[in-house]
Design a protein around this ligand. Sequence first.
Ligand code: M5T
Ligand code: MG
Length: 613
Amino acid sequence: MTSTTIPTVSPFDFRKALSSNKLRGILKMMSDYRLAYLAANLATGLSALAKMITSLVLLRLFAATILGERPPFAGTLERTLLWLALGFVFLAVFEGGFSFLAGRLAAYTAESITRRLRDFLFDHIQRLSFAYHSKTPTGDLIERVTSDVDTLRRFFSEQAIGIGRIVFLFVINFGAIAYLNWKLGLASIIVIPFILAVSVWFFRRVTKAYEQYQEQEAKLSTTLQENLTGVRVVKAFARQAYEIDKFEKDNWEKYLRGKHLLLMHSLFWPLSDIVLGLQMLGGFVFASLLVINGELNVSDYPVYVALVVWLIWPIRNLGRLIVQTSTGLVSYGRLMEIVRQEREALTEGRFQPNGPVRGEIIFENVCFQYDDGQSEVLQDISFVCKPGQAVALLGSTGSGKTSLVNLLPRFHEYTGGRILLDGVELKDYPRAYLRRQIGIVEQEPFLFSRSIRENITYGVGRDVPQAEIEAAARAAAIHDVILSFPAGYDTLVGEKGVTLSGGQKQRVAIARALLKDPRILILDDSTSSVDTETEAEIRAALNRLMQNRTTFIIAHRIQSVMNADLILVMDKGRVVQMGTHEQLLQQDGMYRQIYDIQTKIEAELEEEIASVF
Ligand code: M5T
Ligand code: MG
């Protein structure tokens, strides 16, 4: 890919467009493009006007050839026809020119606003809390950022510039008819309240139908996204038939809702056309009566007929505009549900530290629950970890180990007690600072579909010399593996490149955390999916790296935790035992039980291996 500089677009804070009145909210989104919209509406209006005048010129042509009427300045029939022909050409150019201008302006404004909206949403979503992300289906978010933004784009490029045409044509044609005869003028627009009523009725129905349609579409995209991400599970359990069936059901529901939505739209047209047809007919009859009564000239009758067609057009389109705006409003509402979410404050904090942390961590009666009303995941946890020490967490699955370490970078906020880092409460630190100080290897590390190099240097945000990258990779015992790939460090990971094994992924993640050179290191189960030999290798490397760093290590094997300065044995959200390896072995408790089981298994294993050879 060639690197091109992207023209900047001045950012817009779409939180300013939050409004309980959806239409007002949408208008606020357009506020920076007021002039362009005004010009676009003017252009569509002028272009429609030219089209209308064309039909009047046609009337002149009729008058000139059949009735022999000629404008005084033209003289002969030939010259009249020439003038009319010139008029047609001029009007066509005029109409085309303004229509093109309106199109350009519409494209510019609609694309600019939606580009800013997408940029904003991406940025905003990046800043939302862990809690929000764990509760919101990814497919639903994708749906909103793509499909709903697109619906708004259509509103900005079509509906928002259609108003000019409607207003222009209405005012001019109504004015012209009223000028011919004011009674006739009034009689030609009695339909407006009816059309408005019909439109509003449909507006409500379409709003509801479109809401339901988008909801279902989001459901479908969530199913699709989950199935693609979880394709291995689906295949492993041979559940394709079940998933296909589920998808088909969802898709059928979408079909039904889509059909209903289209039905609403297609019902509106004939209905409004019947009402408007009756209006025209009524107008013609009324105009005839006026002619009979001598209140209207016979020669004005065809003029009225030509004008009334152009008066009905804007009324018809007003209804359409109202109905179509409903989809824009629905999408606005769906997007604002994201925009409304509070961002996680990153740089704000009562305590603004300068320089790196020392790494002293104190837990004082810390309690934590994920949601109000949910039971506590961590209860009354207290311990002290001096700078540079290693704390190991050992415990059954679901005992709260991951939850505990995730409190340190403030992924979640503890709900009771306090955590002190270098004597200052964690809540007072800016999150961004904490996250810079902490290197974390997650239990299920995620790698981007980018090169291995990019993945390793991800956390540092600068150009890193190759030697440094290699040192980190060596320490994580992944360097040799990387060299065995065809493109070495430039090998792409994931969909477009190599598929790494679980252990390899974890080691790339360890290298990524190490390169950051953080003062606090969190290793969540990092050595679980590597074999014993490499585990020893990594442990040796980690032991070197853990020096002068406060480290939290979560592991299941005694060997991984026995060197730690402090071992916390966890069970059901509580620390049930605490101490060094030696201290804990003295006690009669869970730690000794685990130790006994693991040494016994290993001894048996060695015996078995010995018997084979
Ligand atoms: C501890 C619950 C989970 C469990 C308890 C991550 C997470 C966990 N939980 C939530 O309700 N929401 C969440 O987002 O908290 O879970 P843990 O801390 O992940 O346990 P662990 O790390 O000790 O277990 P393991 O299996 O990784 O060894 O009840 O439902
Ligand atoms: Mg865990």
